[in-house]
Design a protein around this ligand. Sequence first.
Ligand SMILES: Nc1ncnc2c1ncn2[C@@H]1O[C@H](COP(=O)(O)OP(=O)(O)O)[C@@H](O)[C@H]1O
Ligand SMILES: [Mg+2]
Length: 239
Amino acid sequence: MIKLRLEGVSVRRAGGASALEGVDLEVHAGEVLVVVGPSGAGKTTLLRVMNELEPATAGRVLLDGVPTGALAPAELRRRVGLVPQVPRPLARDVAGELAFGPRLRGEAPGRADLARALEEVGLPAGFLDRPMGRLSIGEQQRVAFARAWLNRPEVLLLDEPTSALDPKSADALLALIGRLARTPPAPAVVLVTHTLAQARALGDRVALLEGGRLVEVAPAAAFFEAPREAATRRFLGGG
Ligand SMILES: Nc1ncnc2c1ncn2[C@@H]1O[C@H](COP(=O)(O)OP(=O)(O)O)[C@@H](O)[C@H]1O
Ligand SMILES: [Mg+2]
């Protein structure tokens, strides 16, 4: 089932070149689509345009066939969750951070719920009362992931989610992402990474973005073993 569809999406910024140019892309419920590409390729812009944090200057984004611009921002952000590469805490302490989304919807999650959400990302319940500003970036990243996942989004957008983590925490988070992506109701996951090993390990499909354009999208095995495009072979280092 197509969950999210981009049709001819471009993002052109004032005075600058295109960050995205004519991107056509579908993301299916229950799949992990990994996006790779060099720095500056437009990967972050692609995630931001998927939940309207940044408007498309041409083309459109559809969620279950409905243009995202037609959805209320609060509904869109709950259904399409984004974990940014650099965490930006919204609340003073971890409990407040985790409860942020539910409270916006008028819900009051109990401490047990919040503790469970923390536990899922490998942090102890004792973290609930910690000030966000006292956490390491890696811990903030895991809290940000737990916060997004608490909303049970239909689409989960992850921007280099392990970039600030030590190898052990990174492996744990990747394993969690792989598990969540396959547990009903499985979200559509779009994971940006610059680590090809992550793309191989987690991706059902892999997309290569370069200079704001989608070079190739293919099932992971085909992407790595039999890329169609010369640009993909170059990116993979195979000449
Ligand atoms: N807020 C911004 N304003 C203007 N240009 C930006 C902004 N953010 C990123 N860019 C530019 O848009 C292009 C794509 O950036 P980005 O999506 O962050 O790429 P990536 O995540 O692949 O490194 C780059 O040329 C970058 O310099
Ligand atoms: Mg980026």
